[in-house]
Design a protein around this ligand. Structure first.
Ligand SMILES: [Zn+2]
Length: 164
């Protein structure tokens, strides 16, 4: 497992598997397509991006698997003014898991289907992504209470960060 530096300077990743800095994020649409095709859970992992969670600033950083380069990142903020869940319910639904849950599911049953996994491990949050993908609102699954917002970061100037 690689190590990635968060924009805040915190190193993420390391050698332990499962990795607490890695989260698994899918659109509900993609998951539903896998369920409809009766896809094996192990084949769900075939993807283009890795999602990193920073334990210090709680930022989400997305890297491209082919190049391992930064793709985009989202900062976690709390907004006093925010929409209710009902106001954004029709936006794209995002499912959020921890890497650890993926390993637990496989360890218990390596023949598990995507549909069985989703039933057994409900998404930890109710998430709705804005159509322009600049904001994601996160709500509690139980009572749909607002928790926090993820906001797209401006593209960082890596040359400046490297001090060149
Ligand atoms: Zn950070």
């Amino acid at each position: 497992m690689a190590v990635l530096l968060c924009l805040c300077g915190e190193p993420m990743g390391g050698s332990q598997v499962p990795c607490d800095s890695i989260v698994e994020i899918y659109t509900k649409e993609a998951i539903d397509a896998k369920i409809a095709n009766n896809t094996d859970f192990v084949d769900l992992w075939d993807k283009n991006y890795t999602y990193w969670y920073c334990p210090r600033c709680k930022r989400l950083t997305i890297t491209e698997d082919s190049t391992r380069h930064y793709y985009r990142s989202y900062s976690r903020i709390h907004e006093n003014e925010h929409p209710s869940f009902e106001e954004v319910a029709s936006w794209q639904e995002i499912l959020f898991y921890r890497d650890r849950e993926f390993y637990d599911a496989i360890e218990e049953n390596d023949k598990i289907k995507v549909g069985e996994f989703v039933q057994k491990y409900p998404s930890r949050y109710l998430v709705r992504l804005s159509p322009d993908e600049t904001k994601a609102f996160v709500f509690a699954p139980q009572d749909k209470a607002y928790l926090f917002t993820y906001v797209l970061d401006p593209k960082p100037d890596f040359e400046k960060l490297d001090g060149k």
